[in-house]
Ligand binder design. Structure first.
Ligand code: V47
Length: 425
């Protein structure tokens, strides 16, 4: 019997939220109940309590794209059940139960940065005791220190160092590839690429081309923050402008590189500004898909971490984003950004527990094992510095989904069958 695209809320998402709240960490049993039959499930509108959502439900069910105003309804609706079920419908249409993760290393080769973003607790002045700055050879040593068998992705993003010359960057990538030819280097945000363009006096396209020749595989999604000018001026006024960030990703896509996109939320931005951010990305992705046949892999909302940065201090903010804001944001992104293959939950910033719940709210990717993260932790992230593969598999399986170990290009390395838990890391 065909499974309904929706599960009844009492049987799936909210039950998992409730179970998780009551029972603590990673229950060992799967609570997923048998599929609801089409017959028992008498129609998608039956459970819609917000009448404003009815036309939206009809459009999403028909696979139609939502307008900006409809996207705002998703942010405004009190009907969280319907929001969750719609996001899950879109997610399962694309991926079924498959949930992707990567065995990865995170490395910040320097925290020295002159840009002065107000949300950042990571950046240091070069004279501070906590500053670090690795040479290409030290970068390779740091990769070796974090390396575990089976790691496929090296994700690097760092400060805008005031003194390094252009040659430092391709040399670093070449040194990594010489030592670890099989590692896929996903590095340099669009903000860093713009910085490299300025110091090298090369165009951003030329910078990307030369880094690709040196061995760069893909670009991470950092540096996007919030595109709206009003916010950007207050939180990242010396950083790459929104249009340039988008242009650099378009250029990377034109070279056949795949990239990600982030959005830093939960500070001074409005909900309209969040949706505007998603809208600009959706438009760029349309262009990349039609011009180059590919573009962004994933959209990753980054929950504002409020410690050790001047933005939080000036706002008098010490609280983290709330769980339902995080889930709503992910769900809106999944429904609105219909041309993005994946919406990713970043466990480092929202925690593994909520990441597990988010698999019912549109999320199909949970990033990676990471091995040492410093940007979010400098700003108060309370998550571990790394997760084992086994715990990622368990997190996904205990949510009733199918874990898929992927590489940086979403090639599937291993699909874990139900109840097959990796024996060792
Ligand atoms: O660019 C900095 C953000 C980003 C804070 O592409 C903060 O797969 C919250 O880009 N609170 C770095 N966020 C992380 C990043 C990323 C993460 C996971 C996956 C991918 C990917 C990319 O972190 C920065 C900035 O936007 N950030 N400080 C803070 N206090």
């Amino acid at each position: 019997m065909e499974r309904s695209p929706y599960k009844l809320p009492s049987q799936h998402g909210l039950a998992s939220l409730g179970y998780f709240l009551l029972s603590g960490y990673y229950p060992r049993i799967t609570w997923r109940t048998p599929p609801v039959t089409e017959q028992a499930y008498t129609g998608s509108m039956e459970y819609v309590t917000d009448p404003n959502l009815r036309p939206i439900v009809a459009k999403v069910e028909a696979g139609e794209r939502l307008s900006f105003a409809e996207g705002m309804q998703l942010f405004d609706t009190p009907d969280l059940n319907t929001l969750m079920r719609l996001a899950n419908l879109v997610r399962e249409r694309m991926h079924g139960d498959k949930t992707y993760f990567v065995h990865s290393i995170r490395l910040e080769f320097t925290n020295i940065c002159y840009v002065g973003c107000t949300f950042c607790a990571f950046a240091a002045h070069k004279d501070e005791a906590r500053a670090w700055d690795y040479s290409p050879a030290q970068v390779v040593q740091e990769v070796s220190r974090r390396y575990l068998p089976g790691v496929t992705e090296l994700h690097m993003s760092s400060g805008h160092h005031p003194n390094h010359k252009w040659d430092y960057y391709p040399e670093m990538v070449q040194s990594i590839k010489a030592a670890y030819p099989e590692l896929q280097v996903k590095a340099f945000t669009a903000a860093e690429i713009e910085h490299l363009s300025r110091i090298s006096k090369k165009s951003t396209l030329q910078v990307l081309t030369e880094l690709q020749q040196a061995g760069l595989s893909a670009m991470p999604g950092g540096g996007a923050e919030i595109f709206a000018d009003r916010v950007r001026k207050q939180i990242a006024k010396n950083k790459v402008k929104a249009d340039k960030w988008l242009q650099i990703h378009d250029e990377a896509h034109s070279l056949g590189m795949r990239t990600n996109a982030t959005m830093l939320y939960g500070h001074i931005e409005t909900l309209e500004e969040r949706l505007d951010h998603m809208d600009r990305l959706r438009t760029l992705q349309d262009g990349s898909l039609s011009k180059y046949g590919g573009g962004f892999h994933a959209f990753i909302p980054l929950a504002f971490q409020p410690m050790g940065n001047t933005l939080a201090q000036n706002l008098g903010k010490t609280d983290y984003t709330t769980g339902l804001d995080d889930l709503r944001n992910l769900a809106v992104a999944r429904i609105y950004m219909d041309n993005f293959p994946h919406i990713k939950s970043y466990w480092v910033m929202i925690g593994s527990e909520l990441t597990q719940v988010s698999l019912d709210w549109g999320v199909s990717d949970i990033d990676g094992t990471i091995q040492e993260e410093h940007i979010a932790h400098a700003a108060g992230a309370t998550s571990p510095m790394a997760l084992s593969q086994a715990s990622m598999v368990k997190m996904i399986q205990n949510a009733g989904r199918v874990p898929v170990l992927r590489d940086a290009y979403y090639n599937e390395i291993k699909v874990f069958e139900r109840n097959e838990i990796q024996a060792a890391d």
